[in-house]
Design a protein around this ligand. Structure first.
Ligand code: BES
Ligand code: MN
Ligand code: ZN
Length: 509
């Protein structure tokens, strides 16, 4: 999608549809609206204030072929109360407008900038992200009955004073929105399309396109490094495992001794292994690499936005399959750190691949770690599909991640990780066991990971509940959410500034 900025009266802008945000209880005589209403001979005034358009969030009214305007349609879009018109509200409005009305031959969308209390930069970023995220097509394998979004361009109409900030905001929004969609593409592809080798190939292509350094470890390298936990998961599959390492090196790092590691679970398909999952819903387990895909998408955006901090992205990736070679319950494996693990349930495989990747991140010099994983079904029992669960060994690090999530408008809730939970993963025969029983399943999973990060400040995000949207929404299709990309990018580029000029933070949802 192409983004443009124009500074001219809205009634002169030629487009297939002109989106006009309308605030709650706002009369058609209010400043921005009056000019359009006058040009349209009072057409807006006939609708605004009636039940058709009260300015409520999510409300839309389409006016066709308005005489006096250069556009073919006007889409009045409820924006809610001005004080509630946050970055999140602007993103939703933009997404719902394009997803709902950008089809059936609509190519050019114009958008009247109305920012209320949001900065012009943040508004533009939200409009760009909202539009891009909304138009992502999940039905890529359908050969018939498609009704794709056809909107190709989005032109923001803005005062000359704000034009530069809007341009920069659109550019940042484009980078982030496209990166979120790249992540969703990887997640949406089925397991027979994106294998571990193929995921690594995608990472290599992204690295070459954006100037990241990339290294992909194969099975032999993993064996040399002693990654017995990771290898125990992949051994049931004929597909070889990979450990993807992407590196962003800042030109002028604010702190040359600081290296942030982003680690993402990359199980390209999780059958459960010998502890086989039930057939019902198993097809969804292609999204068990959503954490890894979020890391690759975030690294793409980071490479393009060029923040002043060094970042490494690590994605351990393999399949979890049953076979004659597969790991069995009761098997004991030795992780890269030398800790021994009793495998109680082969379906608790995420922690096994992550523990070796976390150890490797430390060997590469990580001084801060954030991991993302579709780790447990238990996190959805605790938090539903609205909030992602956060676990940490270091509260200041967690606070920084939580702040970034808030600015990026992704919902994250901190969970406990007290020492009492450690008892639940003690093994009678080895150092650790890979499950902690029925209670507190997402916490014992997180505690397992904690055993491998040492003193390095670490945050774990369990995205099993939020990685997949279960329902269609006006601003979003059901399917992969791309959760985590926006908050990671905000975490890395937000405070420290970025190449395309972030101007202050956004606001919460
Ligand atoms: N990938 C699953 C977790 C998951 C479940 C993600 C549902 C998304 C939706 C993970 O590997 C898993 O199977 N976890 C087990 C752990 C259990 C065996 C201790 C679970 O949650 O049941
Ligand atoms: Mn599993
Ligand atoms: Zn899994």
């Amino acid at each position: 999608m192409k983004f443009h900025v124009v500074s001219e009266p809205a009634y002169q802008v030629a487009a297939d549809v002109l989106v006009v945000p309308v605030f709650e209880d706002e009369p058609a005589t209010s400043h921005d609206l009056a000019l359009i209403d006058e040009a349209a001979g009072g057409l807006l005034a006939q609708v605004i204030g009636t039940d058709e358009m009260k300015g409520k969030p999510g409300q839309f009214a389409l006016l066709r072929v308005p005489a006096g305007l250069a556009t073919r349609r006007v889409l009045l879009a409820g924006a809610g109360k001005p004080e509630n018109f946050t970055v999140g509200a602007a993103r939703k409005l933009s997404g719902a407008a394009v997803r709902g009305y950008g089809r059936k031959g609509v190519a050019a969308v114009a958008f009247l900038a109305r920012t209320a209390d949001v900065s012009a930069f943040d508004f533009a970023q939200a409009v760009a992200e909202g539009a891009l995220i909304a138009v992502f097509a999940v039905d890529s394998y359908r050969t018939e009955d498609r009704d794709p979004v056809t909107a190709e361009s989005l032109t923001v109409i803005v005062s000359e004073a704000d034009a530069t900030a809007i341009k920069k905001g659109l550019e940042r929004g484009r980078v982030i929105g496209e990166s979120v969609n790249f992540t969703r593409y990887l997640v949406n592809e089925p397991g027979n399309s994106i294998t571990p080798t193929c995921l690594a190939h995608h990472a290599q292509v992204v690295a070459n396109e954006t100037g990241l350094a990339v290294e992909v470890l194969n099975e032999d390298r993993m064996r040399d490094l002693g990654m017995g936990a990771l290898l125990s998961v992949s051994r049931g599959s004929i597909e070889e495992p990979r450990l993807i390492v992407l590196r962003y090196t800042a030109a002028n790092p604010t702190d040359a001794t600081d290296t942030l590691a982003l680690v993402g679970k990359g199980i390209t398909f999780d059958t459960g292994g010998i502890s086989l999952k039930p057939a019902d819903g198993m097809e969804k387990m292609k999204y068990d690499m959503a954490g890894g895909a979020a890391v690759i998408g975030a690294m793409r955006a980071i490479a393009l936005l060029k923040p002043d901090v060094n970042v490494i992205g690590l994605v351990p990736t393999c399949e979890n399959m049953p076979s004659g070679r597969a790991s069995k319950p009761g098997d004991i494996v030795t992780s890269m750190l030398g800790k021994t693990i009793e495998i109680i349930n082969t379906d608790a495989e995420g922690r096994l691949i992550l523990c070796d990747a976390l150890a490797y991140a430390r060997q590469l010099g990580a001084t801060r770690i954030v991991d993302l994983a579709t780790l447990t079904g238990a996190i959805s029992v605790a938090l539903g599909t609205t909030y992602c669960g956060l676990f940490t060994s270091n509260q200041p690090h967690a606070d920084a991640v939580l702040a970034a999530a808030k600015n990026a408008d992704e919902k994250v809730w901190q969970m406990p990780l007290d020492a009492e939970y450690r008892d639940l993963i003690k093994s009678d025969i080895a150092d650790l066991k890979n499950t902690g029983g029925r209670y507190g399943g997402s916490i014992t999973a997180a505690y397992f990971l904690r055993e491998f990060v040492g003193d390095v400040p670490w945050v774990h995000l369990d995205i099993a509940g939020v990685g997949w949207n279960l329902e269609n929404k006006p601003h979003l299709p059901k399917g992969p959410s791309g959760f985590g990309v926006r908050m990671l990018v905000e975490f890395v580029t937000g405070e420290k500034g970025s190449g395309v000029g972030n101007q202050g933070s956004g606001s919460e949802s």
